[in-house]
Design a protein around this ligand. Structure first.
Ligand SMILES: [Zn+2]
Length: 710
C-alpha cells in the first residue's frame, strides 16, 4: 500500500520553506486478530462467490461456497463476516449461524477431511466497500473495495488473519454498462436479463486483505510484458489523452522488476485501476492495483506528480506482500521496505543515479530528524510509523546490498521468494537465505539496521558519498551560512550546466538574501531553462523586483502546474496593473485532477476589478460548485479553501462542507472538520449551519448534532 499522497510530489522544498506542506507520518496499526487457534484446526482452501450489488440500497447479496480442510477434529469453524445476515438455503448439510461478526459452521469435522458448503447472505457494508460518489443524480457511481487496514469480511466472508491463504474465485453481477475489475483472470461474461455476470479465476492462494473488485465506467489499454504477462491499464473514457503520461514507463517498470527480482511475476495477469476518492495513493490487491485518480495526469502534470513511484511500489508488492506475506506486524517491513526499495531501483533505471541518490538522501534526512528527536524506531517494532517501515526498510536493504554485494543479494532474494512461494514469512526466513549465500557476517547489519531504534545516519552518509553528485551537492549546501558576497562565484558556477537539485539549492539559498543583491544570480537561474530550478524561484521568491518582472512572467509558460499556481498567484498580487493580461494568458487551464489552476483562476478573476464583469457571477458559481459531492474530494478540498479565503459561505457550500465531514476518505473528512470548526466561530455561519438540520444526510446530521451545542 502507499499511504501518503503528498510525499509523491516531485518538487522539493527545503525544511525551512516547508511549513505549509504537511508531512504526516501515519500509523499503520493493522492489527491481526488472534485466531491462531483456528489456524491450527482448519485450512481454508477455496472461496467461490457470486456477488451482486444493489447500488440503490447499497447492499451486497451473494451466493457463497467455501471449501476447507480440517487439521484437527473439531465441532465448530468460523468465517469472519461483519454484520452479515444468512439467508435460508437448503443445500448446506452443515449447521450455519451468524453471531459475533462471524459465520459459524457446526458439525463433527474430522481431521484430514475436506468439506465444502454453500450459503447465501446479505450485508450492508459499513466500510471496506465504497460507493463513490454516494447517490447523486447524473453522476456515475464507482464502487470499489479496500481490504488492507480494513477487512474484506465487511462484504465477503473471509479470514481476517493474513496467515490463511485462500484461492478466491469470484463472480460479480453488474449493470450492462459497467465494467468490473477483480483479482485473477476474467474467464467470461455471461448475460442475465439487464445485467452481466463477470467470472474471475485465481490459480493461486492469497490472504483475504488482498481480495478486491472495482465497478465503474472504465475502458482499458492492453499490453504485454516481455515475458508475455497481459497488462491492462484502465482509465475513464474522458481521460483518453492522459493515458500515455499517466502510465508512462509501465511496461519498462514491469520488465525491469521481473529481471531485477529474478523470479517471474507470480500471477496470471496484472491490472491497474485509477479510482475516484480512493483512500490511499495505491493498493496492491493481487493482480489488480488500485490507485488514486489524482495520479491521472497530462504530460505537464507528469513533471510534477507522476505515478511512476507508486506504479513500481505496488507492482513490487505482487511479489513482496502478495506472493510472500509477512506473518505479523513485526515483519511488516518485509512488505513495505521491500516495495519501497524496489520502486526506488525502478526509478533509478528510469530517472538515473542522481535521482536515486537524491531520494535516498531525502529519506535519510527525514529518518535522521526523527531519530535525533529520540523518536527513532526499530524496523521490527510492530507499531512503527510508515516512515520507518517504508523508508528505513528501503535503507536497510540498500545497506545490506552494499554489505554482501549485488550477486549475493540477488541470489538471496531469489531463494527467499522461491522457497516461500504463496506462504507467509518472517524476518528470520529472509535472513536465513542471506546468511546462506554470503560469507560476510550480517549480525552487525541485524543489530544496526533491524533492531536498533536510532537511524545510522553516519553509515547512511558514508554510503551517499559514493555518489559524485551528492558530494557536489554537499559542497553547495555547505555554503548556506556563508555571506552572499563570499559565495557568489560558487553559486554562479553551480548554475552553469545546472543539475536539478543543486540548482534548486542555489535558488533556496538566495531566498534568504535581499532580492536586490541577488538579481544577476536570479537572471542566471531563469536562463538555465531548467524547469525545476525555475520552479524553485516560483516557490521561494516572496517579492518580485521590477528588473525580473519579464523573466518572472515567463514562468507562466513553464511545463509545471506547481510553478504556474505559485507564479500566477504571486505575479497577480504584485503587479495589479497587469492583472487582466495574466488572467487572459492563463484562461482555460485546468491543472491537476484537483483543478488547481482553474480554481485559482476563478478566484482571481472574480476579485480582479473590471475583469469580464458580465461573467463574474458565472465564475463565482463555478467555484462554489466545486465544493459539491459531484466532484472528487481533491477538487472539493481546494474549493473549500477558496470559498473560505474569500468568505463566500452560503447555505449550499456550508451544506457541502458538513457532508464532507463524514466522507469515507478520512483525511478529507478530517480537514473538513477542522475547517467547519473554524467557520462555526463566525456567528452568522453558525446560525446558518444550525438550521441545515434535515437537509443533510443522517450521518452528517448526527455529526452536526455532536458538535453544535444549544
Ligand atoms: Zn506498500
Amino acid at each position: 500500500m502507499y499511504l501518503d499522497l503528498n510525499s509523491k510530489w516531485n518538487y522539493w522544498l527545503p525544511t525551512f520553506l516547508l511549513s505549509f506542506l504537511l508531512f504526516s507520518v501515519f500509523l499503520l496499526g493493522f492489527s491481526i486478530e488472534a485466531s491462531a487457534q483456528q489456524i491450527n484446526r482448519v485450512d481454508f482452501k477455496q472461496i467461490a462467490a457470486v456477488v451482486s450489488i444493489d447500488t440503490t440500497e447499497k447492499r451486497v447479496d451473494a451466493h457463497y461456497t467455501v471449501s476447507f480442510k480440517v487439521l484437527k477434529n473439531t465441532d465448530s469453524i468460523y468465517l469472519d463476516a461483519k454484520g452479515m445476515t444468512l439467508k435460508p438455503d437448503g443445500n448446506s448439510d452443515l449447521i450455519l449461524s451468524s453471531a459475533d461478526d462471524k459465520i459459524w459452521m457446526t458439525g463433527h469435522f474430522q481431521e484430514g477431511k475436506t468439506y465444502t458448503t454453500s450459503f447465501e447472505y446479505a450485508v450492508f457494508p459499513t466500510q471496506s466497500l465504497y460507493f463513490m460518489p454516494w447517490g447523486i443524480s447524473g453522476v456515475s457511481t464507482e464502487i470499489w473495495t479496500q481490504g488492507q487496514g480494513k477487512f474484506t469480511s465487511h462484504w465477503l466472508p473471509s479470514i481476517d488473519d493474513v496467515n490463511d491463504k485462500i484461492e478466491f474465485d469470484l463472480s460479480f453481477v453488474a449493470p450492462k454498462n459497467k465494467n468490473v475489475i477483480a483479482n485473477g483472470k476474467l474467464m467470461n461474461i455471461t448475460s442475465e436479463n439487464t445485467r452481466n455476470i463477470w467470472h474471475f479465476d485465481m490459480k493461486e492462494p492469497m490472504s483475504s486483505y488482498l481480495v478486491a473488485f472495482a465497478m465503474g465506467d472504465f475502458t482499458k489499454k492492453e499490453l504485454f510484458s516481455s515475458s508475455g504477462i497481459p497488462i491492462e491499464l484502465y482509465y475513464k473514457p474522458d481521460d483518453s489523452l492522459k493515458v500515455e503520461p499517466t502510465y508512462r514507463y509501465s511496461k519498462q517498470i514491469f520488465d525491469f522488476l521481473e529481471t531485477e527480482i529474478g523470479v517471474p511475476y507470480p500471477w496470471q495477469n496484472y491490472k491497474q485501476v485509477p479510482l475516484r476518492d480512493f483512500l490511499y495513493a495505491g493498493m496492491e490487491n493481487t493482480t489488480a492495483t488500485f490507485f488514486s485518480e489524482a495520479f491521472v495526469v497530462d504530460s505537464i502534470g507528469f513533471n510534477d506528480r507522476n505515478y511512476v513511484n507508486v506504479n513500481a511500489h505496488e507492482l513490487a508488492h505482487q511479489w513482496f506482500g502478495d506472493m510472500v506475506t509477512a506473518k505479523s506486524d513485526k515483519d511488516h517491513w518485509l512488505q513495505e521496505g521491500f516495495a519501497t526499495y524496489y520502486a526506488l531501483l525502478a526509478e533509478k533505471e528510469i530517472f538515473g543515479d542522481e535521482y536515486f541518490y537524491w531520494q535516498l538522501y531525502q529519506t535519510a534526512e527525514q529518518l535522521k530528524a526523527l531519530s535525533d528527536e529520540g523518536k527513532g524506531e526499530s524496523l521490527l517494532n510492530p507499531k512503527a510509523s510508515s516512515l520507518t517501515f517504508y523508508q528505513k526498510g528501503a535503507w536497510a536493504l540498500h545497506i545490506l546490498r552494499e554489505t554482501i554485494g549485488d550477486s549475493a543479494f540477488k541470489l538471496a532474494i531469489k531463494n527467499y521468494l522461491e522457497k516461500h512461494r504463496f506462504t507467509n514469512v518472517s524476518t528470520e526466513d529472509f535472513l536465513i537465505e542471506v546468511r546462506a549465500v554470503s560469507d560476510t557476517a550480517i549480525s552487525p547489519f541485524e543489530i544496526n539496521w533491524l533492531q536498533q531504534s536510532a537511524f545510522r545516519s553516519e553509515e547512511a552518509y558514508q554510503s551517499l558519498k559514493k555518489s559524485p553528485f551528492i558530494m557536489a551537492y554537499f559542497e553547495v549546501a555547505a555554503l548556506r551560512a556563508v555571506p552572499l558576497i563570499d559565495k557568489k562565484a560558487q553559486l554562479r558556477s553551480a548554475l552553469t550546466l545546472p543539475n536539478d537539485f543543486i540548482g534548486q539549492e542555489v535558488v533556496y539559498q538566495l531566498a534568504s538574501e535581499p532580492v536586490s543583491k541577488a538579481i544577476p544570480l536570479y537572471k542566471k537561474a531563469f536562463k538555465s531553462e531548467n524547469p525545476y530550478i525555475r520552479q524553485a524561484v516560483a516557490l521561494s521568491m516572496r517579492e518580485i523586483p521590477m528588473e525580473l518582472q519579464t523573466e518572472y512572467r515567463s514562468l507562466l509558460n513553464d511545463p509545471s502546474y506547481v510553478t504556474l499556481e505559485f507564479a500566477l498567484h504571486q505575479i497577480w498580487a504584485q503587479f495589479p496593473g497587469n492583472r487582466h493580461q495574466y488572467l487572459d494568458q492563463t484562461k482555460g487551464i485546468e491543472g491537476f485532477q484537483n483543478k488547481n489552476i482553474r480554481q485559482l483562476w476563478l478566484a482571481l478573476a472574480w476579485i480582479t476589478k473590471d475583469y469580464n464583469n458580465s461573467k463574474k457571477e458565472e465564475y463565482l458559481l463555478e467555484l462554489k460548485n466545486y465544493t459539491s459531492p459531484r466532484y472528487s474530494f481533491e477538487i472539493r478540498e481546494k474549493a473549500f479553501e477558496y470559498v473560505n479565503e474569500l468568505q463566500f459561505w452560503d447555505v449550499e457550500t456550508l451544506k457541502n462542507l458538513v457532508e464532507a465531514c463524514v466522507h469515507p476518505a478520512w483525511r478529507f473528512a478530517k480537514s473538513s472538520k477542522e475547517l467547519l470548526g473554524e467557520v462555526l466561530r463566525n456567528k452568522q455561519y453558525h446560525e446558518q449551519v444550525k438550521v441545515l438540520g434535515k437537509n443533510v444526510t443522517k450521518k452528517a446530521a448526527d455529526y452536526l448534532n455532536s458538535i453544535i451545542k444549544e
